[in-house]
Design a protein around this ligand. Sequence first.
Ligand code: F6P
Length: 327
Amino acid sequence: MSSEVIRHIGVFTSGGDSPGMNAAIRAVVRAAALQGIQVSGIIGGYDGLLTGRVRTLGPRDVSNIVQRGGTILRSARSEEFRTIEGRVKAAAAIRELGMDALVAIGGDGTFTGANLLFKEHGVRTIGLPGTIDNDLAGTDYSIGYDTAINTAVEAIDRIRDTASSHDRLFFVEVMGRDTGFIALACAVAAGAEFVLVPERPEHIDELVEALSKGSGTKSSSIVVVAEGEEEGGAYDVSRKVKERIPNADIRVSVIGHIQRGGSPSVQDRLLASRLGVAAVDALIAGEHDKMIGVVNGQITLTPFTQSIGKVKSLNTDLFRVLAILAT
Ligand code: F6P
């Protein structure tokens, strides 16, 4: 790192992409340019530093991307960067390129890497939460989550149409890695009968009991299953339920990566734009090694060590709401 003054920053996206990452890149580039700060876009996350894939980004280079899903800077999970030698190489590249600081858009793994770069080489980074999983402590929402749940709910609504026509029981698996933020929100918003999430292990008994309450009066039932829940995913759960309710006409739908793509929602564009501008402000103010988020509507900085280590809790009230509304 050359000095405390920020003249040149590198921006990159890393880990699983999420809708709104482009809006965040655009915000960082334009906010920095307005302050006379040079911006380099690092292509392919940490890997781009190791392989020298870097391009200068000016305000016009980020035109017409606010509405686009994916990331113009590409994204990757770098194995080499996970090693001490890889990080020595990355820090040397940052020095050679003359970057004073980084803006990292990603999740847990991205911030773990940024924290190590600071500890080992003094590289200053501000992180933006970019993941559909919404599992980062220190922000109420991460960039991409709102779009992902809207996409998943739209898919579940379509499944409801066909499920009702055929009196079927559907198990719909959504993403979220080892958390249930996507599943719980989708279950409530799509009027599902039940939800299975890793944070709240439910037994098949409870699921069967809940389903039997609606049997005979409902034309369809939908169970939203978080991919990381402990019964083994939607297919395994469906097999276990079939053993208990042999007459049920069951189908399984795994929504998958559709949740990661598409034009970002207004909420995600707003969040990404605010956080991108705030990240540049934070670097100019001398902040580093922190994630920038929004808590109760306010921009908040959380040290990487806290956002990485802390488990973010689900809003448990939503389980009660779901149970009441599924009657
Ligand atoms: O972290 C985002 C996410 O989409 C998770 O919900 C999912 O478990 C994972 O990434 C999928 O990763 P990949 O795209 O590498 O298959």
